[in-house]
Design a protein around this ligand. Structure first.
Ligand code: GH3
Ligand code: MG
Ligand code: MG
Ligand code: MG
Ligand code: MG
Length: 295
């Protein structure tokens, strides 16, 4: 069974309550909770300053703050960490006021025994998922859905390290759609966008599992070929070039072609030097008439 691991900030001034809650989490095998306890609002705020948590379990009666003010101050410091409030009595009214003030959920003292674990876990896990989604979106090109430049930079560095460590060969390339301006001129920006999406998809489908294609500019794509020798490279490039050439775009009767420039990555290279060599090769492919690959 996969055990979720969560980080909980327990804001509770009462030692007995804190001990009870800590014990409930220690006894479950449903999740692995790392609990950091704060005994006052100011303590909680300074802990939030230096660490991040998946969820905050907040007692509303604290020595330096009472009631909803604690929620507002925590929200200001940490706008998106979920807060589960413990209401001192089972008054729903306090709970709903807490939610209006910025909390996600509330538990009364009477609820703790049955619901503490699940409610805290649900909020923590949803938060973790949300963070993963945000992170993934930040590495994806929103128009085409493939990797973006940032993801490409990260992947390049990762593959450079692997190549250095394992002594494996490593190549990169840049593909650029030929005469793209005339596609835009002929069918408008919408057609242009459609072509970019189709080319992105076809390059993506042509990649082997270990390869990566990223959109790094308007109609420019970077390709990363890990563990690939210069001999293998030429045929991979041709496969990519042909896959674009074979595309059929509805409402556009001309061939779509790409030019590709590629290079072998040296251990002394960085991102910039490797891709600028690929770019030089790309220029030379354009100069020689386009729809071709150069190394
Ligand atoms: P070449 O064969 O030399 O590459 O010629 P080209 O016409 O493709 O020239 P270039 O690469 O300079 O043209 C890129 C054009 O792509 C310029 C810009 O107007 C257009 N463009 C950039 N981003 C987008 C986009 O997201 N959507 C559309 N439709 N057009 C874009
Ligand atoms: Mg309490
Ligand atoms: Mg208290
Ligand atoms: Mg172009
Ligand atoms: Mg271009």
């Amino acid at each position: 069974m996969h055990i979720e691991s969560i980080r909980l900030l327990l804001v509770e001034d009462n030692d007995l309550d804190a001990k009870y809650i800590t014990r409930v989490f220690a006894r479950t095998d449903m999740m692995q909770a790392t609990i950091v306890r704060a005994t006052s609002l100011s303590d909680a705020l300074s802990k939030l300053e230096v660490a991040s948590f998946d969820v905050i379990l907040l007692d509303l009666g604290l020595p330096d703050s009472n009631g909803l003010q604690s929620i507002r101050e925590i929200r200001e410091r940490s706008p998106s960490t979920p807060i589960v409030v413990q209401t001192g009595d089972d008054h729903r009214e306090t709970g709903f006021q807490a939610i209006a003030a910025g909390a996600q959920d509330f538990l009364s003292k009477n609820d703790l025994k049955d619901h503490l674990l699940t409610r805290v876990a649900v909020h923590a896990i949803l938060r973790q998922k949300q963070l993963i989604e945000v992170q993934e979106a930040s590495l994806r090109d929103s128009m085409t859905g493939i990797a973006n430049r940032r993801r490409c930079d990260i992947e390049f560095q990762k593959q450079l390290d692997i190549a250095a460590r394992m002594g494996t060969p490593f190549c990169v390339a840049i593909a650029d759609i030929d005469h793209f301006k005339s596609i835009n001129d002929c069918g408008g920006h919408d057609l242009g966008d459609r072509v970019i999406k189709e080319v992105a998809q076809v390059l993506h489908n042509t990649c082997r599992a270990k390869d990566m294609v990223a959109r790094i500019g308007g109609e420019e794509f970077a390709l990363i070929f890990p563990d690939t020798s210069i001999d293998e490279l030429a045929s991979l490039l041709q496969m990519h070039r042909r896959s674009a050439e074979q595309l059929e775009i509805e409402g556009y009767d001309h061939n779509i072609t790409v030019s590709i420039g590629a290079t072998y990555v040296l251990s002394s290279d960085d991102n910039r030097s490797a891709f600028s060599r690929a770019d030089e090769a790309l220029y030379s492919a354009k100069d020689d008439g386009r729809n071709q690959c150069k190394i």
